[in-house]
Design a protein around this ligand. Structure first.
Ligand SMILES: [Mg+2]
Length: 200
């Protein structure tokens, strides 16, 4: 499965969720599939998806959809302490790890995930884990892990190395990304159908 094929499924599955997205190719490809106010693209903030989603999840009203993080292997392994932090604090959230075993934005250099099983790391830290190597299992494991209570979920998604061709740069001002995400989050507790469209 290519990254963009996983993102096509995830864009649909996360439509009602706050979504924290790792930088570079993952943010660009998701925005090319679907750009939405519920996407918080962490431009140039490698390693921080787990930290940001943990904060959001701890502050989340339990009646609202779970926080979902779309993380990459290189980014997670830059800041792997988010795994024991999640196991200790037990925020109810779901991290989807798109793992191609390389730094996709820097010439495909290998990451530690080519040797280190990050799913086992997450499980050892107390996360509920699953694995989804194709679009069908991505849908079923995502749905299963979304139902987990009392601890965070970790969905390991092996993907092919390489980036999608002809994806435009993501040039939305980070301040605007944060503003529209904050507005979306503030309106998310309103009844379905009354959610405001953020004026830009
Ligand atoms: Mg990678």
């Amino acid at each position: 499965m290519k990254r963009i094929e996983a993102l096509e499924v995830l864009a649909e599955l996360t439509a009602q969720h706050p979504v924290v997205v790792t930088c570079a190719a993952t943010s660009r490809e998701l925005a090319s599939v679907k750009d939405s106010d519920n996407h918080l693209y962490l431009l140039d903030s490698m390693g921080l998806v787990g930290s940001v989603m943990t904060g959001l999840a701890l502050g989340r009203d339990a009646s609202l959809p779970k926080v979902v993080g779309l993380e990459g292997d290189g980014s997670l392994l830059m800041n792997p302490n988010v795994l024991p932090t999640g196991g200790y604090l037990k925020p109810e959230m779901l991290m989807v790890l798109l793992d191609n075993e390389v730094y996709g934005s820097t010439a495909g250099l290998p990451t530690y995930s080519s040797e280190v099983n990050v799913e086992e790391l997450a499980a050892a830290a107390g996360w509920a884990t699953g694995r989804a190597p194709d679009q069908q299992s991505l849908r079923s494991e995502y749905a299963r892990l979304l139902q987990v209570t009392g601890r965070p979920g970790f969905l390991h998604v092996p993907i092919e190395a390489g980036n999608a061709a002809e994806i435009p740069k993501l040039l939305i001002d980070p301040v605007r990304i944060t503003h529209r995400f904050s507005r979306w989050l503030a309106s998310a507790d309103k009844p379905s159908g009354s959610r405001e469209t953020v004026a830009e």
